[in-house]
Write a protein that binds this ligand. Sequence first.
Ligand SMILES: Nc1ncnc2c1ncn2[C@@H]1O[C@H](COP(=O)(O)OP(=O)(O)OP(=O)(O)O)[C@@H](O)[C@H]1O
Ligand SMILES: [Mg+2]
Length: 295
Amino acid sequence: MTHISQTAAAADAVTADAVTVVGVDKTFETRSGQVRALQGIELSVKAGEFVSLIGPSGCGKSTLLRIIADLDQPSTGRVAVFGKSAGQARLDQDYGIAFQQAGLLPWRTVAANVALPLELHGVAAAARAARVAELLDMVGLTEFADRYPDQLSGGMQQRVAIARSLAENPKLLLMDEPFGALDEMTRERMQTELVRICAETGAAVVFVTHSIPEAVYLSDRVVVMSARPGRIQEIVTMRLDDERTESLREDTRYFEMITAVREALHGGNPGTGGIQTAGLGTASVPVNVRGAETR
Ligand SMILES: Nc1ncnc2c1ncn2[C@@H]1O[C@H](COP(=O)(O)OP(=O)(O)OP(=O)(O)O)[C@@H](O)[C@H]1O
Ligand SMILES: [Mg+2]
């Protein structure tokens, strides 16, 4: 019997969505009163799916990601990760995280920071060193392996955190503005790498960003959130096939999707840009959400 139920549980975990969020509200108690950060969040992310969260500053994106990662608890509602509770998934290290602050250990070198999840999982020293070398090469930090975090720029620290989050090829990545501190060239290179890694490992990703083009380029679906309390306003499915090549960045369909997300953010109102239809002309429109914030 035990054997059968274990098999059933394993099958459940295999067929389960990567993330399921059901009826989640979050209210913070502060000295100056209650802050309603999230209201009525319903979201599921399939295994292997790339979902971005976008919305004005303070709309609860980081809070939602932290709840999925079990770093914070919902006030009501529940979260499952691969069919398990968020807490169990954290204990089982089912996901990798790369958050707004790099969160590196200052007393460890770059290489030792990247090696940490491998050490925690008892990976042998030689295999660990090989994997760390591979990851540092991928994020372009091979020469900095023996430096300490405070000797690196903010963007370099973020790349260390990204390498660390990928160390164990997790089936789920939770990323909060991981490319925010990177220059445009490095950012595009990291986006391309992330797409490649997801295709190779079949990882699902929940990705917070303020950049509409970044969300469109990376995602299968873009979740557009509205401010105070944070709600899901619209979920926009990217109709870009599976092709994520460099030429997509100049493709008409890409600009059409950018316009669709932009209009969803403005609640169906294309805003002050004066451009309502999709097309190459949108390329020069400022599409960064911070610039389009409504408070
Ligand atoms: N620990 C906390 N205590 C009290 N209020 C909090 C706490 N964490 C977040 N908040 C509040 O919850 C709301 C959502 O914050 P959150 O950090 O999730 O926003 P965000 O969408 O990630 O914003 P940004 O784009 O600026 O990163 C904000 O009003 C914030 O002030
Ligand atoms: Mg945030």
